[in-house]
Design a protein around this ligand. Sequence first.
Ligand SMILES: *Cc1c(COP(=O)(O)O)cnc(C)c1O
Length: 952
Amino acid sequence: MTPVGFAARHIGPGPDTTETMLGVLGYDSLDALIDDAVPAGIRQQQELHLPPALSEAETLAALRRFASQNQVKTQMIGQGYYPAHTPSVIQRNVLENPAWYTAYTPYQPEISQGRLEALLNFQTMVADLTGLDIANASLLDEPSAVAEAVLLMRRANKAQTGARILVDADIFPQTRLVLAGRAEAAGIALEFFDAAQGLPEGEICGLVLQQPGNSGAVVDHSGLISEAKERGALVTVATDLLACTLITPPGEQGADIAVGSSQRFGVPLFFGGPHAAFIAVRSGLQRQLPGRLVGVSQDAEGRTAYRLALQTREQHIRRERATSNICTAQALLAVVAGMYGVYHGPEGLRRIAERVHTQARGLAEAIKAAGGTLVTESFFDTVQMRLETFEEAERIIAGAEAVGVNLRRVDETTVGISTDETTTSRELYLVAYALGLVDRPSRAPELFDEVILDGDFAYPDSLARTSEYMTHPIFHTVRSETQMMRYLRRLADRDLALDRTMIPLGSCTMKLNAATEMQAISWPEFASIHPYAPEHQTQGWRELIVDLEDRLAEITGYVAVSVQPNAGSQGEYAGLLAIRQYHLSRGDDARTVCLIPASAHGTNASSAVLAGLQVVVVATAEDGTIDLEDLDEKIAAHPDQIAAIMITYPSTHGVYESDVREVCHRVHEAGGQVYIDGANLNALVGLAQPGEFGGDVSHLNLHKTFCIPHGGGGPGVGPVAVAEHLVDFLPTEDSGLTGAAPVAGAPYGSAGVLPISWAYLALMGAEGLTKATAHALLGANYISRRLAEHFPTLYTGENGLVAHECILDLRELTKESGITAEDVCKRLIDYGFHAPTLAFPVAGTLMVEPTESEDLVEIERFIEAMVAIRAEIQEVIDGKLEAHESPLRHAPHPAVVVIADDWDRAYSREEAAFPVSGLQQDKYFPPVSRIDGAHGDRHLVCSCPPPEAFEL
Ligand SMILES: *Cc1c(COP(=O)(O)O)cnc(C)c1O
């Protein structure tokens, strides 16, 4: 028997069921379906040139070969990235557990209570540690979080919006580069200054400080902060959560905003990411917070429940007026960091911090004792030593590497050493040897023991933290591994993720995240590599990344790809910046108009604004396509000003527009560039290439089409792909040297999850990938057809077919019955399903995307649920019950409601909980009833509620 190739594992339907499904659609082959569905004008002429598919075993072996070319060293480079121990119980039960990593963003709060609690723990921990009132559920990385803080200060400080932002020169170099790029694009004036010299004269909108600084320095900023505030500025401090356990936190120093990375709370280095950045603000600024915010609200019976708060700030509603373009963030990593805090508690974190500090002190004392020069004597975990000559510094770095330790090359004559949770006395001794403080690497480490015993701190007493933090019981009750394992299981059981049900979310492409694809990410040869480790130690990473970029270029029909953007939104921003820079390089300064169809994803408009462009909306025609007449009018109204059009293909309406070439042509004629949002690439891979049918630049979502799991709202990777003429404007590893500003702190963004997408491509090969696309089309068209008489599909393309998703139009039914699309989403929970995409891109509709990974049994289970729900709607239409009496309106039904003694509903308990027979064996009960979102926004609470809040 020939072994089954991976494609057959990835694709749900087998040959027989494929035939059945095709039969329903009236086709006798997938090829015939594709020929009818995909416009001939955009079909790619040749098969993809990709290496032949590998088996799962061969793929793992190939990943091992990449891994073996990376060198695992003791990473003491610091600079925002510090080794940490991921507690095994968290690694196994969160990072490697599909119940956590395959979950979607918690927009449906009733099926997301577990991850919402985990994120609320994170928010509470961050707010406490930074000494501020409210924190969000994560941002993308520290440098972009600083940029978000600067934008926030400008928004909030209306009186001095136009004034400059002062930035501490002692800020990480990667932050400086990312921030400079973002500020330039947004037209914000930055001035870097030496904080030791005091604040420069003149009006200031905001001040950015870093504590501990890039030099490692821990400085009392209170004077500077109060002066800045007296002068009308807002103040942001970039900080380190571990340092905050010992040092007076930013909030207590008077800062309005704190940002930073939570990486060292149990998250591997991952060659630079994914790591959860955080942002915390004092109260009064919470409505300005970018990203997602978990809040406390209540359900229909008044039970305490969690939900995302202030959702009206989301880009879909605010569009070009959105506070930021962040959509996918770093939820899974925030969960890990939060659980690290839960497991260690405040006393455990403090112990870790004291040890880290004591080790750094030991090193500093030894350097001083040997007559060495320190850059600063007030530090937390980072000691910098100034040498006489360039050669001496070189010798030390090389000597340390020779004994297995990476130190930081700060500048010509400065060497930096950062200690961390994993640092051992033996490693300190090796460093001392490399620094020439001891003559042999093998002596017993009593040198450090002395200092370790004295218990003093290297920073001024006035900066010693005295306030409590993490006082909530959750940070005090989970100490044994059994408790932790069960806590993680309990939370996971409250949620629906891909490990239990299809998640038919249009535009989000919730497909299989195969175990083999996930394997490599926690191998130390990938996970324990510092993003700034010397190039010769990271050959495996580089080869994997180049190979991945090449394959993505081949798939998209572009010439170059950068994987640096760490979410789709960041890819959009990078792509639009490339367009803007291209126009500027040709002296085309006036090209600042970005055309965006009315139906576009909300991030498109907000990214355009961040890239310094002006959004002009293009209307949608009756049939859902771009209105060509309106396009012509908008082009004519802005002569020589069109920078770009941003289109999604297939359109967000789930159809292949046959005149896409014409749209591209007209924009090119007008001198504009074409940005094709590639989030829907699952409908194109192997069949059509955006770089070929008219695009100049696209971003892809590796966490959609290319199998990186959604993680409950991140991580993501949003590579940006460009045509030849834009290559010079791509953010790359050398950004900052080449001119294109980097969009993430780490050279390859969220590198740590790239092996997932690489593995997917290696496993599938050209044929498998193309087949997956065909099956994505088959599944969507099958559902559309089977549901047609119950819920009509709003838009279809050629031959009445859709692409990889279909929009079910409920607006007529809502008019007749009062039952809304949201009611249907909530009722689907009772049937054990995660809802489709609600109200995007058309209000009153549901967008369904089954993906190729769902087999026919699961698809039929979904159809059965939808048909049963349609019958429930009919009962309301027929007047058998009022909408407000219907199970649809009361959905979802938690066990506590269904089993309660008093039951006075117009339908039976059985109808409530077991509306179809298949549920009798496998039943998911949501932990809460429908959640009242507005209540939570009126009474905004975004930290862990006291245990009594859960008593009814
Ligand atoms: C998901 C999506 C985006 C944004 O991607 P993120 O990774 O969430 O930032 C942009 N455009 C479309 C059409 C999308 O579906």
